[in-house]
Ligand binder design. Sequence first.
Ligand code: 8X3
Length: 250
Amino acid sequence: MKEKIVCITGASSGIGWATAHSFATQNKRLILCGRRKDKLEELQKQLDVDTIVLTFDVRDRKAVFEAFASLPDSWKQIAILINNAGNAHGLDPVQTANIDDWDAMIDGNVKGLMYVTKAVLPQMLEAKKGQIINLGSIAGKEVYPNGSVYCSSKFAVDAFTNGLRIDLNPFKIRVSAVHPGLVETEFSEIRFKGDLERAEKVYKGIEALTAQDVADAIVYMASAPERVNIADLVILPTRQANAYVQNRKA
Ligand code: 8X3
């Protein structure tokens, strides 16, 4: 029997990249999605399993549906969807924040995740099985200063996950979310628009999670027996108590 197909969005870096490597060690077949074709092809070369690359921006509704429609028949039956694509843009109070940043976060983290889900669902519904794991955040559980719109986007992911689990309950499709705290990836570099000094400070003295820590949690959720749905998993660095209480080394 052929191995299950896992589809990962935002596979070109960070948590998505690590998750692809982890599923590859389980011989899964992988659909690697992202915007950066060169990075996805680099990842593809590193993986010793069957892979296919889909290059699109989750914010582009038409591109999302065209990408999944373009999959060869042998790649259409996605067993596990990891909705990982998403970013933070800016860390500012509402009164001074840039509206373009808001659009990027709402369009990518919320609408993009919904589009991909909708594009992948028909095959899962037909098969009456499947699993969808969304990347939420501690920012989807608690609001922190200057994060109102990023937090809104992740609260929306949390709500969408819970609603989707209800809607798909008759079909035995598992729906869940993993909510990480501080993970040292290019997340802060993107949030602060390339300001590396500011980005480094976010992870200083906190012993932040690694992308691999989150990938391990995702693989754990995906590896549970089919009767088990790990619905909601918050994962924090030990030095982080919640969205804004942190015990940093001097
Ligand atoms: C990433 C975690 O706390 O930087 O979603 O928002 S946080």
